[in-house]
Design a protein around this ligand. Structure first.
Ligand SMILES: [Zn+2]
Ligand SMILES: [Zn+2]
Length: 836
């Protein structure tokens, strides 16, 4: 009776599927729990071992919750629109829908071969017209609510391929396809007003259980700054008269305004050419040309050299009437604030570096307030403190000064409070084929009438949804940078739903994120053709109780889908009874790297295919290995030796259980095994909830080692309880051994499969507290509060006994000598303090 996963694994997979063990039941009386993993992009490469890691983890949680009596929703689907499939279609001429179908079939088969307990009856696919009908419907609601609009935006343009590229197709500023340098080109694009939700997206993070890092990343991405905005008169060159234009400056530290020694405007600032004097023109132009090529992140990094040039002009600090030079520099971005800053080198890191480099004066205006600040005081001093050299505001504290200065600006009508965000409206257009068509029609006749919203853009009637993707001959974007849909005349040319006149369909399609924004809603009611999901069902299943995904999706998918959920909640498509947040809890997995710690990639030839591992070692081995490989949140390198170790562990489980079955004996257990089992149940139960899968596995391994030492001293019940906790990690071997064990009520050991219920219909084992108690504890013995000795005693020792033992210790006797004992304090389990 050898352990043969290739034989038992497919058998049980078929059995579980046939008996619909994983079916989530709508409106069940059991408590519900919605467990979600990010649905994959079905690429031609098949499932990655990284997918296996996160899916196994959440599969373990789902299986445990079912055994604990929950009605579990653990669904799966496909995020299938997007570039890799389109590129494959361009290369091979095979229609993307055919490619998608082939790939999803492979993914699904792989997921099944790993024993994942997904409820396949709820499978969704974003490229299915029945699904994207509702993605388009959501777009229409956004448009009707004024949250979708068209505007000219720069896109990435490859001059060699003559196509517009998505950001993810631009690698280090070059075209991913041909390697040519990518240019920016202006194009009309659809945008979504996510900025309108910026405050709520920050504030509502208080309502959810996300890792702190995820919350911080989202807040930083939204980048809310509250500060002060004010205007500065400008003097071109040596002109004694101010120009009619004024420079708007935004700062979060108005309290430092008297320390402003120069002003910086962004390279893209509209006043740059106005303020550049003829003497400085050559240098400024040269600088602007260089700046254009740098990426945004590169420009903002604090450790990068701060470059910039003097414009030749000056600005007036209205607080102290001093004229200061205006510099043009790329460390200020036009997309943030007003694109111009007051530079205070004494109290800002970047300004300080810049001032040192360009020999600009550094004036201190904030002095340290407390001792800690004083001892660490050095320039730049960036903390708040007390104002010095600041005119009538001198000796005020930073906070008070900020209020007074802002008030003064308001009174003088020269400025006031202002709030800026880093978050931009979300570009929602792609000039590609394989995406959801944007259900909008452009009508020239309606555009000319006064009441035309968005210059003639008329939404497709809701009853005409979905706007299906037509068949095309070629999938390449056109020479003009439009999507290939623009070439299909009988699709593009249509009638205006409003006036009936000749009109043109929008040929842009939606980005990948469109379908993944709301897929978790569809799982609640995947086949509904009347609405995106029935409200009663949404009310039953939502919110998602536990959502696991990649850290790389924190500022894209996770933020976008929170926005769309809030919008749907606002318009009543999601019941008001539910909260304003879709995901109660978010966790993140670490990556699985290639052997040696480098990222897996085809070009490096270090990609591990889960199919090969399953063939060689079995799915249970792969599952337990990936849970054991290291802390779940860490990036871990693949290690084949580790896989073999996992397999050996399962072989031990098999052999020991098999020995028991063959001996057909219900034996007595020894105390040690029983106690260890209860400790293991406790540890595994708690570790699963805390996603400490690696330590859960190691405690199950410990148990096996103890059992191996006393192979006959264990009862059937104990083996069964052990198999139950193991079953969520390695379902197949556990079910097989469970069945082979038979049960005491009539089915003899070894009479395999004689109608015994599946292990997954059993309850999760409980541990008994009385077995957890430690038998021996260490007591600290103190004399007058100082540690003088340690003694090992029974855990339940009485006070009297403990005192006697402590006083009888030779060391303690010596310390006490002839002195009188005033009292003895006893803290059970911890210490004895003798006061002399
Ligand atoms: Zn190219
Ligand atoms: Zn019209």
């Amino acid at each position: 009776m050898e352990y043969n996963p290739q034989e038992i694994e497919p058998k049980w997979q078929e059995y579980w599927e046939k008996n619909e063990f994983y079916r989530a039941e709508d409106f069940s009386k059991k408590p519900k729990i919605y467990i979600l993993v990010e649905f994959p992009y079905p690429s031609g490469d098949g499932l990655h071992v990284g997918h296996c890691r996160s899916y196994t983890a959440l599969d373990i949680i789902s299986r445990k919750k079912r055994m604990e009596g929950f009605n579990v929703l653990f669904p799966m689907g496909w995020d299938a629109f997007g570039l890799p499939t389109e590129n494959y279609a361009i290369k091979t001429g095979v229609h993307p829908s055919v490619v998608t179908e082939k790939n999803t079939t492979i993914f699904k088969q792989q997921a099944k071969s790993l024993g994942f307990s997904f409820d396949w009856s709820r499978e969704v696919n974003t490229t299915d017209p029945k699904y994207y009908k509702w993605t388009q419907w959501i777009f229409l609601q956004l448009f009707k609510s004024g949250l979708a609009y068209k505007a000219k935006m720069p896109i990435n343009w490859c001059p060699s391929c003559k196509i517009g590229l998505a950001n993810e197709e631009v690698v280090d500023g070059n075209c991913e396809r041909c390697g040519e340098k990518v240019e920016k080109r202006e194009k009309e694009q659809w945008l979504l007003k996510i900025t309108k939700y910026a405050d709520r997206l920050i504030e509502d993070l208080d309502l959810v259980d996300y890792p702190e890092k995820v919350k911080t990343l989202q807040k930083d991405w939204i980048g809310k700054s509250e500060g002060t905005e004010f205007e500065m008169p400008i003097y071109i060159g040596d002109s004694p008269e101010p120009a009619k234009e004024k420079l708007e400056v935004f700062t979060t530290r108005i309290d430092t305004v008297f320390g402003m020694t120069y002003v910086v405007v962004s390279a893209e600032h509209p006043l740059v050419s106005k303020i550049t004097t003829s003497e400085n023109k050559k240098e400024v132009e040269k600088y602007l040309k260089e700046a254009k090529h740098k990426m945004e992140l590169e420009r903002l990094a604090t450790d990068k050299e701060k470059t910039g040039v003097f414009s030749g002009s000056y600005a007036l600090n209205i607080f102290n009437n001093q004229k200061i030079p205006i510099y043009v520099s790329d460390y200020v971005l036009m997309t943030y604030g007003t694109g111009a800053i007051m530079a205070v080198p004494a109290h800002d890191e970047r300004d300080y570096i810049f001032a040192k480099k360009h020999n600009l004066p550094i004036t201190e205006v904030i002095s340290p307030e407390n001792r800690k600040q004083k001892t660490e005081n050095r320039l730049p001093f960036i903390d708040y403190g007390v104002l010095v050299n600041s005119g009538k505001f001198t000796s005020l504290k930073s906070k008070e000064a900020t209020e007074k200065m802002t008030e003064w600006l308001k009174k003088e009508k020269k400025g006031g409070k202002a709030i800026y965000y880093k978050l931009r409206d979300w570009v929602f257009s792609r000039q590609h084929y394989w995406g959801e068509p944007i259900p909008m029609i452009n009508c020239p006749k309606c555009a000319s009438t006064k009441d035309s919203a968005q210059a003639g853009w008329v939404p497709v009637a809701e009853e005409d949804l979905p706007v299906e993707l037509p068949k095309v001959e070629k999938y390449q974007p056109t020479d003009t940078g439009e999507s290939p849909l623009a070439n299909i005349k009988n699709w593009v040319n249509t009638k205006c739903p409003k006036c009936g006149g000749a009109a043109r369909r929008e040929t842009d399609t939606m980005p990948n994120w469109a379908g993944s924004n709301w897929y978790f809603l569809r799982y609640c009611d995947p086949k509904n053709d009347k609405t995106l999901a029935d409200k009663k069902l949404l009310e039953y299943w939502l919110p998602v109780d536990w959502y696991n995904g990649g850290m790389e999706h924190t500022t894209l998918h996770l933020l976008y889908s929170r926005f769309i959920y809030k919008f749907l909640w606002d318009i009543g498509a999601i019941p008001k009874k539910l909260g304003s947040e879709p995901y109660k809890k978010r966790t993140c997995h670490g990556m699985v790297l290639g052997e040696g710690g480098i990222k897996m990639s085809k070009s490096k030839g270090n990609v591990v295919n889960p199919d090969t591992v399953i063939e060689e070692y079995g799915a249970d081995t792969l599952r337990v290995y990936e849970m054991f490989m290291g802390p779940f949140g860490d990036a871990i390198a693949w290690n084949t030796k580790g896989v073999m170790g996992a397999r050996r562990f399962l072989e031990k489980v098999w052999k020991l259980s098999q020995q028991f079955i063959e001996s057909k004996n219900n034996r007595e257990s020894i105390n040690e095994i029983r106690k260890l089992l209860h400790r293991t149940i406790k540890k595994v139960s708690e570790d699963i909830e805390a996603m400490k899968f690696n330590t859960a596995v190691s405690s199950m391994m410990e148990f096996i080692n103890a059992w191996q030492k006393e192979p006959t001293k264990i009862t059937r019940k104990e083996i069964e309880d052990y198999l139950k906790i193991l079953s969520v990690f390695t379902p197949h071997i556990s079910e097989e051994l469970w069945q082979r064990l038979g049960n005491p009520e009539g089915i003899p050991t070894g009479s395999y499969g004689a109608g015994k219920k599946s292990i997954f219909l059993e309850g999760w084992p409980k541990y008994d507290k009385k077995f957890l108690k430690k038998e021996v504890v260490t007591l600290i013995v103190q004399i007058n509060g100082k540690v003088r000795d340690k003694i090992e005693v029974k855990a339940d020792i009485s006070e009297k006994e403990a005192k006697e033992i402590a006083l009888s210790q030779e060391k303690i006797k010596k310390w006490i000598g002839n002195r009188e004992i005033k009292k003895i304090i006893f803290v059970p389990g911890k210490l004895i303090n003798i006061v002399i």
